[in-house]
Design a protein around this ligand. Structure first.
Ligand code: ZN
Length: 567
């Protein structure tokens, strides 16, 4: 079906409809026409088509070959897609683009090595990073290092005594530091935990080298102090990440890192200035629980207001409500059945902020027009987040763009309708490990069989009428949106599956565009929207669900300009 197949404009004035005369033959015509395509528009009023025309970065025709070809001019590039699929650009509304490359640049340490093996590998890392001040590595879980007979601090000291060392854990919720690292972070003599974090201690009360949740940010802010070198490393990481996004058909993102004291935002600004930002970005800036709210309101608003560039905004703030179940720091409504004896918080878990401080913070940033991006693992955290959003709405009225809870492993049943009632978005990531039957088995002993069976309750939330999105959490998880859809459709042994591929596709396109407040510009293939398009070698709506992840991105366009072409 043709929608505005011909370039006509309809003006409604004083109840009168006036058809403007089209510029037929008066212009050079379309810049680009795709023909013979399987177009999956994600527009419910016009779900499929065979051709699309683009002019000046905007979609001008979605219809038949004939309708599109009517726009052909002397300069038009016509691409016969011979049955290949054309979809709107993917949106990935929760990922860590600046951190991605910086983690990978470090030295990888696997799980469950012996103390001797960790020491040997760490010495190798130090040799390879000779030019750096800090030695950086990543990989193990807290449990791996605490299982050894030696304190983590002493283990790393034994490997590298003279330089500061930081090892990021496997889950992004802890870090391991040696004595010199603790000293440089100002944590060596501290006898108190920073707000929102915890420092594990040896039997003598000294920090044992394990820092959890927000305490790791104290360390990482010391590792990545403002400097030219740090800026360059962030820039290189982001530059590399943008290429990977385009290769995966991703044209709009929301970066959830936003560690402004580590100059993350400067990498985005530099790429934007250089005209190399091949995605639209609506990024978050992270609100520290251990810094004053007033100073952060001031600072974060200043960063937002100074950011300019056609595709770049820092219009979200990121808050952690709780941590992660694997360290007993997810906040649950019911007590844990089992929890590590070193886990901070109480038997219902841990929160970064008190209820009062969370409420104040959400209301204050909401009032300034920020979109709130809340890390939520457990059902108690989800409840606190929804309460804070509800209170902000009462004080400030409805927000321009919906606030969002991300991760959402558990939701208490009475809270389900509150998403739709409050206009809050439920944003899920279905990482391979997180939806594996093995992980569910592991969690049964910690949170109970019933809770473990309804992990990441995506089907329940959809039925409750919430605006629901699917994102990657890259580089904590894999990047491909097609793989995410496949996982959602094929979750083994879980009732919480995405009902059909069209819903999955909508979650990574139109729903995400709605979350970002840009659905009038992106998220579907419709006349008048920007030509953010992806050519695929298979049709995600038609192939068997288990094969969606095998579909390859052949070409990605942003504003009608090719930003990726598969070699
Ligand atoms: Zn994340």
């Amino acid at each position: 079906m043709a929608r505005a197949g011909i370039r006509l404009g309809l003006v409604l004035a004083a109840g009168l409809a006036i058809w403007l005369i089209p510029a037929e033959g008066g212009t050079a015509g379309a810049d680009l026409i795709f023909t013979n395509a399987t177009v999956r528009t994600v527009d419910s009023s016009n779900p499929s088509a065979e051709a699309v025309a683009v002019e000046a970065g905007e979609i001008t025709v979605v219809g038949t070959n004939q309708e599109a070809m009517a726009q052909r001019g002397a300069e038009t590039t016509v691409v016969d897609l011979s049955g290949k699929t054309l979809i709107p650009g993917f949106h990935d509304v929760h990922l860590h683009a600046v951190e991605a490359g910086r983690t990978a640049n470090g030295c990888y340490l696997p799980s469950r090595l012996s103390a001797r093996q960790y020491i040997r590998r760490l010495r190798g890392c130090a040799r390879r990073q000779r030019g750096e001040v800090w030695v950086r590595a990543a990989g193990p879980f807290v449990q791996d290092l605490l299982a050894l007979a030696i304190e983590p601090r002493d283990l790393i000291d034994r490997a590298i005594p003279n330089r500061p060392v930081v090892i990021l854990d496997a889950l992004g919720h802890a870090a391991f530091v040696n004595s010199e690292g603790l000293r440089r972070s100002g944590l060596d003599t501290s006898d108190r935990d920073p707000a929102g974090g915890a420092i594990l201690r040896d039997s003598g009360g000294r920090p044992n080298g394990v820092v959890l949740e927000n305490a790791q940010n104290v360390v990482l802010d010391a590792v990545e102090r403002p400097s030219r070198q740090n800026r360059q490393a962030n820039y290189a990481s982001l530059h590399d990440a943008i290429g990977k996004l385009s290769a995966n058909g991703i044209t709009s993102v929301s970066d959830a890192g936003g560690y402004w004291p580590r100059q993350h935002h400067l990498a985005w600004l530099q790429l934007s200035r250089e005209g190399k930002l091949d995605v639209r970005a609506s990024n978050a800036l992270w609100v520290y629980p251990n810094r004053s709210l007033q100073s952060q309101l001031h600072r974060i608003s200043a960063i937002r207001d100074a950011a300019s560039g056609p595709h770049l905004a820092f219009d979200q703030v990121k808050l952690y409500v709780d941590g992660i179940v694997d360290y007993g720091t997810a906040a649950l409504t019911k007590p844990y059945l089992h929890r590590p004896n070193w886990a901070p918080g109480g038997k219902r878990g841990f929160t970064y902020l008190s209820r009062a401080r969370l409420n104040r913070t959400v209301a204050a940033f909401d009032r300034r027009g920020f979109q709130i991006h809340l890390h939520v693992w457990g059902d108690r955290a989800a409840k606190m987040a929804l309460d804070a959003i509800e209170r902000a709405r009462r004080l400030n009225g409805p927000p321009n763009r919906p606030h969002r809870l991300t991760h959402l492993y558990l939701i208490d049943r009475p809270d389900l309708p509150r998403f739709a009632d409050l206009g809050a978005v439920a944003d899920f990531q279905l990482g391979e490990e997180a939806i594996s039957p093995g992980y569910e088995r592991f969690l049964r002993g910690w949170i109970g069989r019933r809770a473990a069976a309804h992990l990441l309750p995506i089907a329940t939330v959809l039925r409750a009428g919430a605006l629901t999105t699917l994102s990657s959490d890259w580089d904590a998880d894999a990047l491909s949106p097609l793989k995410s859809i496949e996982r959602g459709l094929t979750r083994r042994g879980s009732p919480e599956r995405i009902p059909d591929p069209a819903t999955g596709l909508q979650m990574v396109t139109l729903n995400s565009a709605r979350l970002l407040g840009q659905a009038d510009e992106t998220g579907s293939i419709e006349v008048g929207k920007r030509a953010d398009l992806v050519v695929l070698n298979g049709d995600p709506i038609a192939v068997p669900a288990a094969r969606i992840g095998e579909i390859r991105v052949l070409q990605t366009l942003l504003d009608g300009r090719t930003v990726y072409r598969r070699p």
